[in-house]
Structure formats: structure tokens, C-alpha cells
Design a binder for this molecule. Sequence first.
Ligand code: FPP
Length: 242
Amino acid sequence: MTNLAAEIEFSGIKPLHVAIIMDGNGRWANERGLPRTMGHREGAKAVSRAIESALDHEIKYLTLFGFSRENWSRSPSEVSAIMGLLRLHLMQDVDKLKNEGIAIRFIGGRDKLPADVRDLIEKSEQETANNQRLYLTLAVDYGGRQELTDAARRLAKLVLEGEKSLKDIDEFLFSQHLATYGMPDPDLIIRTSGEQRVSNFLLWQMAYSEFWFTNVHWPDFSKKTFDEAVRIFQRRERRFGS
Ligand code: FPP
């Protein structure tokens, strides 16, 4: 395809914020007779490809669902393998991400994470805080309902303490108490591996998001898959309820 043809192919409004439910690491491994942890290891490589694709498309916000609140119920060895991958990549890749102009942020709980991972998370956020090319958010120990109940609790406290009154509570104030405060809502949510569900991800923020589901397992997620998602998004007509 010529550059011009590629440009025409991609014409249309680009998503400002793409969020991805990365699914299918386990199935990818099962299909190959490999341990599930190998699927996660390959999944981490797909994370790098998704970040590169976001940069290629000049997408400003990329949010990845890395580990849900419910994922703690997996076997201790699997949980520890995922935490190990997170630790490894936070140690290995943050300098590169920083030099690429990427700002890293984490949403979700931190209390249950291993202490050294928590420290690496804080360090990665601080070191990249001034970057503006791509805002990369990793949802780890994240649950949408928990995020909403936390926001409700914080607002209730403000009302009880007399800082706010009931009539102050509107959508804008509520969204200011979410973990994603300051970020636009996702325009496009991608889920891999054939499942068509939301799994407690960004429940408030997805009110008007477009969804794209692909059968590709996360470890096979390529730049081409990302291109396809963007292209399909650009053909959709968004009406935001009007
Ligand atoms: C979904 O596959 C994937 C996860 C729950 C973990 C995601 C982890 C990674 C991509 C590894 C690297 C992570 C970071 C944040 C660097 P699944 O295990 O639910 O697959 P299945 O549904 O086929 O069992």
C-alpha cells in the first residue's frame, strides 16, 4: 500500500483514548501445551507492541487491564508469575518508556502488591510524570465497582464533614473522585480472545465507548490487529446518545 493509500485508509477521527482488556494468555499457552505463565510472558511482549502501535497512531491515552481485583483468586504460582513480569518490566523498560515521552500511571489498589513492586510503580510514575507524548495507564488490582464505591465513600465523607452539600454531587464532581480523573473517557475498548464481556473494567468511563472484540489471543496481538481496530473505529458513527 502506498503512503497515500494508507492515509486514506486511516482517514476519519482517531480515538484519543484506547483501552484494552488483554485476554487469552492462558488459552494461547494451553493450545501450545505450554504452562500458563508462558502465555503471560508472551503477553508482556504484546504489551510492548500495543504501546508502539499507540505511538505510531499518535494516540494520546492507552489503558491496559493488566490484573483485575478478581485475579487474586488464581493460583499463587500464577499470581506470583504475573507480579514477577510486572517487576521485570518495571525494572527493564521504564528508562526506554521515559525516553520515548511516555507517562506511566497505575490505577487500582496498591496495598496487596508486593512492597518492591509498589516501590517500582511509584518510581516509574514519578520519573515519567512530565512526559506528554503518550499517557500509558496500567490497571493493576483494579475493579470498576470498587473504584465507584471508593468514589461514593469519598463524596459521602466530604458531605458528612460539611465540605460539600448533596446538591454539589453531579457527574463532574463524581468523575473527579475516580482513579481516572484528568483522563478523557475511552473512545475505543478492545477485548481479545473472543469473550464479549466487560469484566468490571472502567464501568463509569465506558458509558459512550465503542467496543471491538477480536478472537486473537493477547500474545498474538500485533500491530496489524491494532491497525484493524483503529480502522474499524474510524468507520463507526458515534452519536453519544443524541
Ligand atoms: C489475561 O489472560 C491476562 C491476564 C490476566 C494478565 C495479563 C498479564 C500480562 C499481559 C503480562 C504482563 C503484564 C504486565 C502488566 C506487564 P488470561 O490468563 O485471563 O487468559 P485465559 O482467559 O485464556 O485463561
